[in-house]
Write a protein that binds this ligand. Structure first.
Ligand code: NDP
Length: 252
């Protein structure tokens, strides 16, 4: 029931970090995976790993802040793979800033990427899934900030809290179409998004103190949860957000 054999997926932000790991995880479970990001060249590494697993990995150039791009990417993935069963809304950005200094441009950049982009990718994918008539699964990358307030991360936290609300509302609205919508809330994972924090040893020690399993997340830790939430194994789960955080949220 965890097999994704014959499934066709689109993963946004699949060139590096969490998105690359999830894309490879879906391919390891049997899926063909269209991989998307703004920089086409940076997708080659993920594409090569998936191709080695014997699966299709068409690379798609996509800026999720542009609604037309979201629609084109879903259409290109569908054409390249012969259909679309799974969308992983992973593309995301963060830029910490004291709230008194946040300007409109920063607010729009983060919200347009993390929230608006996710919505219009979900809408484009769901339109295709509805036409196919075979249902589908959408997975949104939420965050600890979907659940708790973190200083200097207000646009980011707003986008991720919004994304959790969107996950629940779309799950309710699209259940009759057989489209399940769930979310993952990764804890602390070292990627280019978070690299700057890890440069500080005191920060690392403080964060480790908040993680009951006493280690930062490894990208492979996200594969099982992702495969679970887009496979038949989670057929009766929709509107849920699964923390993958070593117990952090449970112990705050
Ligand atoms: P990275 O910065 O390592 O990767 C981000 C990916 O998103 C890249 O592939 C990037 O490619 C792509 N991307 C960024 N902006 C856009 C855009 N406008 N359109 C299309 N693609 C875009 O980040 P992570 O892997 O750390 O994060 C992935 C997701 O997980 C994000 O949503 C993040 O908020 C979430 N998350 C991460 C956590 C962590 O600890 N790392 C914790 C909780 C959640 P390119 O620049 O070429 O477009």
């Amino acid at each position: 029931m965890f097999s994704l054999r014959g499934k066709r997926a689109l993963v946004t932000g699949a060139s590096r970090g969490i998105g690359a790991a999830i894309a490879v995880g879906l391919a390891e479970a049997g899926a063909d995976v269209a991989i998307a990001a703004r920089d086409a060249g940076s997708l080659a590494g993920t594409a090569a790993i998936i191709a080695k697993l014997g699966h299709k990995a068409p690379a798609i150039v996509l800026d999720v802040t542009r609604v037309a791009d979201c629609r084109r990417a879903a259409a290109e993935a569908t054409q390249a793979l012969g259909g679309l069963d799974i969308l992983v809304n992973n593309a995301g950005i963060e830029q910490v800033c004291p709230s008194l200094d946040v300007d409109e441009a920063l607010w729009d950049k983060i919200l347009d990427t993390n929230l608006k982009g996710a919505f219009f990718c979900a809408q484009a994918a769901a339109r295709i899934m509805k036409t196919q008539g075979t249902g589908g699964a959408i997975l949104n990358l939420c965050s600890l900030t979907s659940e708790v307030g973190i200083p200097t991360a207000v646009p980011y936290g707003s986008s991720k809290t919004g994304l959790l609300g969107m996950t629940r509302a779309l799950a309710a609205e699209w259940a009759p179409l057989g489209i399940r919508v769930n979310a993952l809330a990764p804890g602390y994972f070292r990627t280019s998004l978070t690299e700057a924090f890890y440069a500080s040893e005191p920060w690392q020690q403080a964060m480790l103190g908040k993680i009951p399993l006493s280690r930062f997340g490894q990208l492979d830790d996200l594969k099982g949860a992702s495969v679970f939430l887009v496979s038949e194994a989670s057929a009766y789960i929709t509107g849920a957000c699964l923390p993958v955080d070593g117990g952090t949220l449970a112990s705050i």
